[in-house]
Design a protein around this ligand. Structure first.
Ligand code: GLU
Length: 505
């Protein structure tokens, strides 16, 4: 049999911000499509009008734009299988619902919510299925004329899938292997609601996957329980030939403890669970995003790729293209993946290092300017070069680097106590004279001269350098002293030394 063209889809429901687990699902679909020369479809599953949230679709598109995950067709991308928004496909679904009704594979049910609630009271663990359906108000228990009359009178109804008991459904999952389920445990799922003239998720999802020629369904583990029903729907339509292969991805788990990752974990431990910041249009509540928290999209992609999949080697840093080459859906784990957000920070740090000093400087320069400093890009680049290995985020640079651009406003008390000895003022006075006589103020120009002076005088190098650092930086930490002085230049170095002597005595 000829290999089928790979066509996969990411099919979110626009019910709010896209959860980071959804981003991973889309990423795996993207990697799978790319490595097989296939196509990735962006479909909006908005058949549940009650849960529709304005702005969600735009948010999702913006998130993928930022992450560099590109779709080949779908909502806002065009293509030959549209429309790609389910709310625009009502007529299509109606046709297929009727097809099932005519074939006696589905039936119309009029039970009101009150009647269903009463049944649940009456029968323990009530399930609408082969055992109970004949006690209910539906087209199986009512005369055709009666059914037609009710519909004509505008009575609301649903269409239910008629599941035959005593059968077995096999779901062939690329990650989980074969999953077998007995049809007896399944209920007669609602496929269509007259109230909003829309199908439910299950029907729309299957019809669209079929019509859009989807070859593989890669989605989160939370959809695994629906898979047997989906297989039965394919059977009912006689589409088994073209049934996609399934891959249910492992859950993302809490960083600590048990259970699946939730927004609450992010709030509690201080990490985002959304790609971009999200403002809830109803409550106005703002949730943080990876973008706004200073993450690089490449770092987020790299981090997510390894949550539930591993290449089987030690390699951890991957570009998107490298991921396309290395990714293997069958190597995804069945067990949930702990959401190690600190690892996410580590990835960002690695990408700070990976990027050139110039690139980081361009991101850091506006922050420097915002702090009222007029520095050239060359100067900012020099500072970045010295300091970038100490941060995970560009936003952390200013606090560590401000002393390059501004003299200290004070001297850290503890460091003064420890590092500024009674003879430090005198030594710094001498040092300032040594420095003043140096013509070539580069690192190479200063270092040997200062070292020789320390040695000739028999001073302790630690005493000198610690006091020197305190005078220039204001605290006890920082890069090499001559890196700092070479950057500051002679005038500024001497100015800061004299100020410290004046203040600290
Ligand atoms: N609309 C579903 C969701 O929100 C799609 C599930 C699937 O991929 O079948 O995730």
């Amino acid at each position: 049999m000829a290999e089928r063209k790979v066509r996969v889809r990411f099919a979110p429901s626009p019910t709010g911000a896209l959860h980071i687990g959804g981003v991973r699902t889309a990423l795996y679909n993207y990697l799978f499509a790319r490595q097989h020369g296939g196509e990735l479809i962006f479909r909006i599953e908005d058949t549940d009008s009650n849960r529709f949230v304005p702005g969600a679709e735009e948010y999702i598109l913006e998130a993928f734009e930022w992450l560099g995950i590109k779709f080949d067709e779908g909502v806002s991308f065009g293509g030959n299988y549209g429309p790609y928004r389910q709310s625009e496909r009502r007529d299509i679904y109606k046709t297929y619902v009727n097809q099932l009704l005519e074939a006696d594979k589905a039936y119309i049910a009029f039970d009101t919510p009150e009647e269903l609630a009463a049944k649940r009271e009456e029968i323990k663990n009530f399930q609408y299925d082969a055992r109970t359906r004949m006690q209910m108000r539906n087209s199986l228990t009512m005369a055709k004329e009666e059914v037609d009359k009710l519909i004509e009178d505008g009575e609301q109804y649903v269409v239910r899938f008629k599941i035959n008991p005593g059968e077995e459904v096999r779901v062939d999952d690329m990650i989980r292997g074969e999953v077998r389920v007995k049809t007896d445990i399944l209920d007669d799922k609602v496929l269509y609601k007259s109230a909003d003239e829309l199908p439910t998720y299950h029907l729309a999802n299957i019809v669209d996957d079929h019509l859009m020629e989807v070859s593989h369904v890669i989605r989160g583990e939370e959809w695994l329980p629906s898979a047997p029903l989906h297989v039965l729907l394919y059977r009912a339509f006689d589409w088994e030939e073209s049934m996609p292969r399934f891959a249910h991805l492992p859950l993302l788990l809490k960083p600590e403890g048990k259970g699946k990752l939730s927004k609450r974990d992010g709030d509690r431990l201080g990490f985002p669970v959304f790609p971009l910041q999200w403002k809830d249009p109803k409550t106005g509540e703002i949730s943080s995003g990876y973008r706004e928290s200073g993450y690089f999209p490449e770092a987020v992609v790299n981090f997510l790729a390894l949550l539930g999949w591993n290449p089987g080697t030690e390699q951890e840093l991957f570009t998107l293209d490298e991921l396309v080459a290395a990714f293997d859906i069958t190597r995804c784990s069945k067990a949930g993946a702990k959401f190690d957000y600190q690892k996410g920070m580590w990835f960002n740090h690695e990408y700070v290092l990976k990027k050139s000093d110039e690139e980081i400087a361009k991101l850091f320069a506006p922050i420097v300017a915002n702090n009222g400093v007029d520095a050239s890009l060359t100067e900012v680049t020099q500072v970045v070069h010295l300091m970038k290995d100490r941060v995970s985020f560009v936003t952390e640079l200013w606090d560590l680097c401000s002393f390059f651009f501004m003299p200290p406003t004070g001297y850290d008390e503890k460091t003064v106590k420890k590092r500024w000895k009674e003879y430090s003022g005198q030594q710094m006075q001498e040092l300032s004279q040594v420095l003043a006589d140096i013509e070539d103020f580069s690192i190479e120009g200063q270092e040997p001269v200062v070292m020789k002076w320390v040695e000739d005088k028999g001073y302790k190098l630690g005493d000198i350098m610690n006091a020197f650092r305190l005078a220039l930086v204001g605290i006890g930490k920082g890069p090499g002293m001559f890196d700092i002085t070479a950057f500051l230049g002679k005038d500024e170095t001497l100015r800061r030394l004299h100020k410290a002597i004046e203040v600290l005595g």
